[in-house]
Write a protein that binds this ligand. Structure first.
Ligand code: FAD
Length: 388
């Protein structure tokens, strides 16, 4: 029987939204476990060199600030208007929250949730109100790789999308040969100006994508090319726009707009080390061996081109791992809603936006408020971001 007066809460993922949800559950004194496959805010650690578009005041919550204030740590936080890196956000805001007495004992790092189901019910079973009273069963992979089943009354899936990059081929499936060479392709945001500089300096690099991640990669590579003119960047996009990134009119996030303008400038000015090709799809990828480069076949309006490049960066977006909830009544994401058809199961954070890349942390904080109000049957938390 599910206990809803003081439900056992299982949170999948200790990213910013999983941690904030954990803080909310612990504030209500509900038994809480946060399962984290890697380290705290593992995905942020990967792209920690990137500066956040949003000022710090958008990325913190009232609950988090109250806790850090109680711990005497609020004074050490960044200025409300500061645009800090992901690394700074993790070490100065998220880690102190995760390591606080309120959360530390609830978090299990190195622990992956493989599947979630409803005890005694299959997905195909006729819809029956009794289903909602059965607890959830979680198949848990522990740090020593052994598996066990644990139960919960409420499951909050905050597992993000970053570790599931989209494929390069037309229609979203792999290009010919892509599955075999996937480990040699960069699918995320490398620290091109820092730790990974040597991998790209003086090389020919194919960058695929037309979002802010691709813009970030191209701008960083263009800066590398200023010091090392042998660096050559071929930027490919599927869309037909003459400028890779659409500018948001009067974008309230100035840093985001600055990146779009800068990347579009590199793509169109024609005198740098960047060449831009739109309406181009990837047909096939052949690796010449680890660190020996690739032969890439593309198609533009029926015309085939062959590119010989040394590196490939695929910044074509991410998708959530929906396999976790395969046996539940959970449909595709419907942003900005965290609700699903499975009572007690919620999808929050960037995963709730699916392939829509417009998610911002402050929307995640609003989702948490809505979810906890639904579970408790009344508003229970005041978690608007703080002012000042
Ligand atoms: C480069 C970049 C810049 C961004 N800039 C901004 C910005 O300026 N402002 C803003 O508001 N938003 C920004 N975002 C969007 C968003 O806020 C971040 O992606 C944020 O990290 C999302 O938080 P999350 O908690 O939903 O997911 P994540 O941070 O992705 O956390 C998910 C966690 O779940 C864990 N996990 C995954 N699967 C499992 C499993 N099966 N079992 C257990 N644990 C699991 C992962 O290891 C990870 O720690 C940016 C995103 C990117 C990629």
């Amino acid at each position: 029987m599910r206990r809803m007066d003081r439900p056992r809460v299982a949170i999948i993922g200790a990213g910013p939204i999983g941690l904030e949800a954990g803080l909310a559950a612990r504030t209500l004194d509900w038994p809480t476990t946060i399962y984290e496959a890697g380290e705290i805010a593992q995905h942020l650690q990967h792209w920690g060199h990137v500066k956040l578009f949003t000022p710090f005041s958008w990325n913190r919550s009232a609950l988090g600030m109250r806790l850090l204030d109680t711990l005497g740590l609020a004074r050490e936080l960044p200025d409300a208007n500061a645009h800090i890196t992901g690394h700074d956000y993790r070490t100065r805001y998220l880690l102190p929250i995760a390591q606080s007495d309120r959360l530390a004992n609830c978090i299990r790092t190195g622990t992956r949730i493989l599947h979630v189901a409803r005890k005694g019910w299959l997905k195909d079973d006729a819809r029956d109100p009794k289903r909602a009273f059965a607890p959830f069963r979680l198949l848990v992979q522990q740090p020593d790789q052994t598996q066990c089943i644990e139960e919960a009354d409420v499951v909050l899936d905050c597992s993000g999308v970053y570790s599931h990059a989209n494929w390069l081929g037309d229609g979203g499936i792999p290009a010919i040969g892509e599955t075999a060479v996937r480990p040699q392709i960069v699918y995320g945001l490398e620290d091109i100006l820092g730790a990974s500089r040597k991998r790209f300096a003086g090389k020919s690099i194919l960058v695929v994508g037309s979002g802010y991640s691709a813009a970030h990669s191209v701008c960083s590579l263009a800066r590398v090319a200023e010091d090392n003119p042998a660096t050559w960047i071929i930027w490919l996009a599927r869309n037909g726009r003459s400028q890779p990134l659409p500018r948001i009119p009067q974008d309230p996030l100035k840093e985001r707009d600055r990146l779009a303008a800068q990347a579009n400038g590199w793509a169109t000015r024609g005198n740098g080390n960047v060449e831009y090709h739109n309406q181009t799809g990837i047909e096939s990828i052949l690796s010449h061996g680890p660190d020996k480069g690739f032969r890439v076949e593309t198609n533009c309006d029926g015309e085939t081109s062959i590119w010989e490049v040394e590196q490939i960066i695929a910044n074509i977006g991410y998708r959530g791992d929906d396999g976790i909830s395969r046996e539940l009544h959970v449909g595709p994401p419907a942003p900005p809603s965290p609700m699903t058809d499975e009572p007690g199961f919620f999808r929050l954070g960037i995963k709730s936006y699916g392939r829509d890349s417009r998610f911002l942390l402050k929307q995640g904080y609003d989702q948490i408020k809505a979810v906890f109000a639904q579970i408790a049957g009344r508003p229970v938390l005041e978690m608007n971001s703080v002012k000042g």
